[in-house]
Design a protein around this ligand. Structure first.
Ligand SMILES: O=C(O)CCC(=O)C(=O)O
Ligand SMILES: [Fe+2]
Length: 515
């Protein structure tokens, strides 16, 4: 690897080793929350174009924003700024739309939590919950009044798309108590699950993973074996069900071999050598096999190579492992060079970044018929020290903000783009400025990028390097724990360099230095 050129604030480094990276599905990277949020927000704002489902949700959203408004006013805590109120209303509106469209208030809450926001707050949870509850009550009451089923939006048909009239239409009062008990038990189990996951994650990070790569590989293998045994074993305990009679024109196949979508799996069809493994009869299916063979294996396969001839291979794992190890070395090399350039004390950069946190995000931007109406990735600066960006196929899309203008960064063949992140701006006390960037989409070509971020050690602290601080150059940023720093980042939405601003110390000297 050798230094190549400097494109504005983004350094470009040639990477001489040829790397092949497998194509990925939308944002299945390890750190995908920000991109997921972007795409979710985009798809919500662009939901008119999402086909029938999107249009319907859109229509219901619009009508049910009334619910959001009501909940917002009932729960107003007077702290919300105009921005928060607006984004919260949109979130509540989306939840309301889903709650009405699916007649599922909890579905509305989950949709808002998973798909719409990257800035979730507990106050928002209550607002979304109340909105969805109000919508559910309104829709159900209106449906109750309209027995004929011909009352516009509230009867059968209309804009409420999934008519689940086979289900229970009404709840009786006595059902409330058992439902509340189930809710409390569910909540407690959920909290327990979260707590256990937290313990396990910190044990793995602080103890297991320090034992080296071999232990990590053994861990991954063990988990694969356990999940495979469960996936294959559980369906054996389940009695097969007879296929429902379905209209031959409906396109529903029962039983069907495991594959990319659909229900009613009978593995027997595709795995002849396991003939007696699941259902004995041709018109039977195994519902557990349906769950296990519907999404899990497809998810892994898609993760590495969606719809390509060479689907998932063990080599893909090796490639990623090698790639991240190689990039970790490169990141440290670049950071050490920067430390020399800054005349920092030799050990300081290593203290911040040795055993640093590496994360990889794979972004997939499909071609977009109206790119001028869409955003690939919102303007942001990365939280890491540096991010090494690989642009696959050299498709243009990355832009950086310089002097208030968006400048495209042309991908060079066999080259990485290195973006300076907020952590390095903090450590260098403002000498290296993090670069605000965004990604655009185009109408013809799909685009893939792999961003590998290298951040300070999660167990350490982040703040300006002490050797850079003098009377003339006082600390421009606060010093806090790296975990706290990232918690702050992840609870904010992607918005330029706004998260870095929360770390700034404003004193007279800094004001003068900044001007
Ligand atoms: O796709 C790109 O070019 C930008 C990706 C990026 O900025 C990120 O993942 O943080
Ligand atoms: Fe980025």
């Amino acid at each position: 690897m050798n230094w190549a050129s400097k494109q504005d604030d983004s350094l470009v480094v040639h990477y001489s080793k040829s790397l092949r990276t497998q194509k990925n599905q939308v944002n299945k990277g390890l750190e995908s929350s920000e991109s997921m949020a972007t795409i979710a927000v985009d798809s919500v704002t662009e939901r008119k174009k999402m086909g029938m489902e999107g249009r319907n949700i859109y229509v219901t959203d619009e009508t049910n924003v009334v619910g959001a408004e009501l909940a917002n006013n009932l729960l107003d805590d007077r702290r919300g700024t105009f921005f928060w109120k607006l984004t919260w209303k949109v979130t509540c509106g989306c939840a309301a739309g889903v709650a009405a469209a699916f007649r599922a208030p909890v579905g509305g809450v989950l949709f808002a939590l998973e798909e719409v926001t990257s800035w979730w707050r507990s106050q928002l949870m209550w607002r979304v919950f109340f909105t969805s509850a109000i919508v559910a009550v309104v829709v159900r009451t209106a449906m109750g009044w309209c027995k004929s089923g011909k009352c516009g939006h509230f009867g059968s048909g209309g804009f409420i798309i999934w008519d689940i009239s086979d289900g229970q239409e009404d709840y009786s009062f006595e059902e409330l108590l058992p439902m509340a008990i189930i809710g409390v038990i569910g909540g407690l189990l959920g909290a327990l699950f979260n707590q256990l996951t937290l313990y396990m994650t910190s044990w793995r990070r602080n103890y297991l993973h320090k034992k080296g790569t071999r232990v990590k590989i053994i861990e991954a293998c063990l988990i694969s074996v356990i999940t495979s045994v469960i996936s294959f074993g559980l369906p054996l305990l389940r009695k097969c069900s007879t296929c429902p009679e379905s209209d031959p024109d409906s396109g529903i196949e029962c039983p069907r071999p495991p594959g990319m979508y659909g229900n009613y799996v009978n593995v027997r069809q595709s795995l002849k050598y396991l003939a007696a493994f699941y259902c004995g009869k041709d018109n039977e299916y195994n519902d557990l096999a349906t769950i296990f063979f519907n999404t899990q294996d497809d998810a892994i396969r898609n993760l590495f190579s969606a719809k390509t001839i060479h689907e998932f291979s063990a080599q893909s794992l090796e490639i990623l492992e090698d790639y991240s190890a190689e990039l970790k070395g490169l990141s440290m090399k670049i950071l050490r060079l920067m430390a020399q350039n800054l005349r920092m004390e030799e050990t300081e950069m290593a203290e911040f970044f040795e055993e640093g946190w590496q994360s990889m995000r794979m972004n997939y931007y499909p071609p977009c018929p109206q790119p001028e109406l869409a955003v690939g990735l919102c303007p942001h600066s990365d939280g890491a020290g540096i991010t090494i960006l690989l642009q696959i196929g050299e498709v243009e899309g990355l832009q950086i903000r310089k002097d208030g203008m968006w400048i495209p960064v042309k991908p060079l063949p066999n080259a990485f783009v290195i973006n300076i992140g907020d952590s390095l701006e903090i450590v260098s006390n403002g000498t290296y400025r993090s670069i605000e960037h965004r990604a655009t989409v185009n109408s013809l070509k799909e685009r893939l990028s792999v961003a590998t971020a290298y951040s300070p050690n999660l167990d350490g602290e982040i703040g300006p390097a002490p050797s850079l601080l003098t009377l003339k150059t006082p600390a421009m940023f606060r010093r806090i724990g790296v975990k706290e720093y990232y918690e702050g980042r992840f609870s904010n939405k992607l918005d330029g360099k706004s998260t870095l601003d929360t770390m700034r110390i404003q004193n007279e000297m800094n004001k003068r230095n900044n001007n």
